[in-house]
Design a protein around this ligand. Structure first.
Ligand code: SF4
Ligand code: SF4
Length: 325
């Protein structure tokens, strides 16, 4: 990794905790050459606008993701109804062929509440940690979390209403998520209860799908209502501690999105569909520090930008392996 990419890597970790992405101070000679070539090159701009106009929109990654998310959640439900003991429990804590699997954030909350390290939890947490390091940290959000799917649909309603000028997106300070993470950790430590679990839409929905609906679903509805009428994807963007925990896991993950500067013409379609557009600051004209730039750990690997990019400048990659698509 070049020194410039290393610097960006550190910056992207800060960005995940709430810092605003900034203009790079230095750009590699190879990237500078491309930026210079694109500047004012009318033929290239015309060619790219043509490519954009004729690019068929794909939903390839979105469809794969929705199918995986629905399958993963239904597996718990089916397993409970058919009393198959291969998989037991819910997303936050389960047993798969005898192995304990515990969601990283839940395990942390339980250990903070009990104020000691629980060995059984450590084994389950370790398995989950390895799994999500390999699969990409926040991949959990977009490929498994049931709230993500509902929030994605709510976002469509929000965008429709925003287009009709009936609602506006109230943005908030992204550092709020880090503050919430610390508050919930301190609450667990101080009260001895896993307070966050009671209001986590991820846990509420997962349990509702398996054991049937309860009053807690009203809280999830309230969150969705807030996101439709006041603030786009507010919970995942500004509050959810699970997202931040998995973001930290994703720092060392080999699965990531890679950006290639060559073909990009910086129209920003990708940033419009992204849950965390701050990770795509590199696509802004003149910002890419190298010809190829990996997208930072706050990325949920949802693939919406890959589906949307008309020039194929964004793609999935497994570090060290060839391109996936
Ligand atoms: S940020 Fe939280 S609620 Fe949103 S998708 Fe991730 S885990 Fe689910
Ligand atoms: S950068 Fe792309 S893959 Fe990552 S969250 Fe944004 S749209 Fe999804």
């Amino acid at each position: 990794m070049s020194a410039l990419l290393k610097r960006r890597f550190v910056d992207q970790i800060k960005v995940m905790f709430g810092a605003e992405p900034s203009k790079p101070k230095e750009i590699s000679p190879a990237a500078q050459q491309i930026h210079f070539y694109k500047k004012g090159n009318r033929d290239l701009i015309a060619e790219n606008l043509h490519a954009r106009a004729h690019a068929g929109h794909s939903n390839k990654w979105r469809n794969r993701r929705w199918a995986t998310l629905i399958f993963a959640n239904l597996l718990f439900t089916l397993s409970f109804f058919l009393d198959i003991q291969i998989l037991e429990g819910a997303l936050t804590a389960s047993r798969f062929v005898g192995f304990h699997l515990i969601d990283l954030n839940s395990a942390l909350q339980v250990m903070l509440a009990h104020k000691h390290i629980i060995n059984n939890l450590l084994i389950g947490t370790g398995t989950v940690l390895v799994l999500w390091v390999l699969l990409g940290g926040r991949t959990f959000c977009s490929w498994v979390c049931p709230y993500h799917l509902l929030a994605e649909w709510a976002e469509k309603i929000h965008l429709y209403l925003a287009k009709k000028k009936l609602v506006t997106d109230q943005t908030m300070d992204r550092r709020l998520r880090t503050v919430f993470w610390a508050i919930f950790a301190l609450l667990a430590l101080a009260t001895g209860y896993t307070v966050y679990e009671a209001i986590s839409p991820t846990g509420i929905l997962s349990r509702a799908l398996i054991y049937g609906p309860g009053l807690a679903l009203l809280w999830v509805l309230a969150l969705l209502f807030f996101e439709v009428f006041f603030s786009r994807r507010a919970w995942c963007r500004y509050a959810c501690p699970i997202g931040l925990t998995y973001g930290v896991v994703g720092i060392v993950s080999p699965v990531r999105i890679i950006y290639k500067l060559d073909a990009c013409f910086h129209e920003g379609d990708c940033r419009k569909v992204c849950l965390v557009p701050h990770v795509l600051d590199t696509v802004i004209k003149g910002r890419a520090v190298e010809k190829e730039v990996p997208i930072g750990p706050d990325c949920t690997r949802c693939g919406l930008c890959v589906d949307t990019c008309p020039t194929g400048s964004l793609s999935f990659e497994v570090k060290g392996l060839s391109k996936l698509a």
